[in-house]
Design a binder for this molecule. Structure first.
Ligand code: ZN
Length: 252
């Protein structure tokens, strides 16, 4: 293979990998933000569960307070019952007592319901807190991995930069200029494979004698359509003729 062509292919691969790595580095802040959002969501779930538990406790305390008041009133009524003088007073007092007792029973039922609910809310709050601790630990771990990943990619970029400098130093000036000018115009993609008689990027069908020349890999040949440099990869076998058996004028 023509030495410059072989080096330009390597240069293209290096540049492709660099673009890929830069893209991955650029995606890291969004991944960090997503981790932060996960953490926030799990914290909110734990806080909500704690708040529901706290609210239920508060309303149970209010019911207990109310129960205490009614029970106090009931005790007073019973004391007063001893002191009543008339039947009418006695009946009225007994009515008050019955009402208060009904209220006590109702409040006691409410407290029982609260206690049952409290068991569920306690369990839910504990579970949410446990889940939050686990999520925090997982996010912390993933953050550290992401930091490591970024550091590794930055090291790779530095290595690629050194390698690129070395590689470009070994390429003929005219070949390199050609590569750079195509790369600028073609969004970084200057050297592409030709396969089965076609440019694999713009897909144009190459003239048979041009393709035969490309198969030799002995000179820099440009696609007539997209103007990129074309090469043949001898390690990659030609695709078997598929849908169009007659149309493929391949020269052996
Ligand atoms: Zn092309």
């Amino acid at each position: 293979m023509l030495p410059d062509l072989e080096r330009l292919i390597r240069l293209q691969r290096l540049d492709d990998a660099t673009v890929e790595t830069r893209r991955a580095v650029a995606a890291i802040p969004a991944r960090m933000t997503a981790l932060e959002a996960r953490l926030q969501a799990s914290r909110t779930r734990a806080e909500d569960a704690r708040r529901r538990q706290e609210e239920a406790r508060k309303s149970r305390r209010e019911v207990e307070k109310r129960l205490g008041e009614i029970q106090g009133r009931l005790t007073r009524f019973k004391d007063q019952l001893m002191a009543v003088k008339t039947n009418k007073e006695y009946t009225a007092m007994q009515h008050e007592i019955a009402t208060a007792e009904g209220e006590v029973a109702r409040l006691e039922d409410t407290i029982l319901e609260h206690m049952l609910e409290a068991d569920e809310l306690d369990a839910a709050a504990d579970a949410a807190e446990r889940a939050d601790r686990e999520e925090s630990a997982a996010v912390e771990r993933e953050r550290a991995e992401l930091d490591e990943e970024r550091a590794a990619m930055e090291r790779r970029l530095e290595g690629a930069s050194d390698e690129r400098a070395k590689l470009t130093g070994s390429i003929g000036a005219a070949s390199l200029r050609l590569f750079e000018s195509i790369a600028v115009q073609r969004r970084g993609l200057a050297v592409v494979e030709a396969r089965n008689g076609h440019c694999t990027v713009c897909n144009v069908r190459l003239r048979p004698q041009v393709f035969n020349q490309i198969l030799l890999n002995t000179e820099l040949i440009r696609c007539e359509s997209c103007l990129r440099l074309l090469y043949h990869d001898p390690d990659r076998p030609a695709d078997p003729p598929a849908e169009a058996p007659a149309a493929n004028g391949r020269a052996g």
